[in-house]
Design a protein around this ligand. Structure first.
Ligand code: SAH
Length: 199
């Protein structure tokens, strides 16, 4: 398959990802659920900027230049297509997570009025399925692009945000939901389901 077809597949997955975000971003803006507590810090803003740069810049180089040749992998077409399907499935999962979280979603750390603790759908086993979906999307890009550089950069940028955010997010949920969140956290994993229930 010619390289430009893989580029098209990447553009398609990228567009789908952006469309899901835009749809729910619009819903967030129009929602009657207003923000009650907002924990956006400067650190969070910097890290969000880092996510954008680490995603867009290397992907742009891969799409529009030959500079990333040093990181090329030499994968077979079926492997590259598997990467495409991993990213696609992750975006499907991402949409499902958004749908389940509904009006409780926000782009940064917030408590909305009438914020509910969601414990069903993907949230029944995992506390941060949206972050899992984003990881899955980036991981799939590595074989799809047949190049480790853009995917790795995106993973590093997102991991910085994840590490800087996840404890604060869980702290915020604990403050809001108390024992209910403690109990919920006992039986769920952070990014993947628990292997076995905690004692
Ligand atoms: N970390 C989650 C949600 C990301 S959106 C995930 O990866 O799926 C971020 C917002 O979701 C936070 O402001 C937090 O208030 C809210 N949130 C996180 N987990 C939640 C849950 N189980 N129920 C309701 N809201 C939740």
């Amino acid at each position: 398959m010619p390289e430009r077809r893989y580029k098209l597949l990447f553009v398609i997955t990228h567009m789908l990802f952006i469309i899901v975000r835009l749809v729910y971003g619009q819903r967030y803006k129009r929602s009657h659920a207003t923000t009650q507590i907002n924990r956006v810090t400067t650190q969070e803003k910097v890290l969000l900027g880092g996510v954008a740069v680490s995603y867009f810049v290397p992907n742009g180089f891969w799409l529009f230049s030959n500079r990333l040749k040093f990181a090329q992998l030499g994968l077979r077409p079926w492997m590259r297509l598997s990467g495409f399907f991993i990213s696609l499935a992750s975006i499907g999962f991402f949409a499902w997570v958004h749908k389940t979280l509904g009006d409780n979603w926000s782009p940064t750390l917030e408590i909305r009025n009438q914020h509910e603790l969601i414990e069903d759908g993907p949230y029944a086993t995992v506390r941060h399925p949206m972050y899992t979906a984003i990881y899955g999307y980036y991981i799939g890009l590595i074989p799809l692009m047949n190049n480790w550089f853009p995917g790795l950069m995106a993973l590093l940028g997102f991991t910085a945000l994840y590490v800087g955010r996840v404890d604060h997010e869980e702290q915020l949920m604990r403050e809001q939901f108390g024992a209910a969140y403690e109990e919920y956290a006992q039986r769920t994993g952070r990014l993947l389901p628990r292997w076995q229930p905690r004692e």
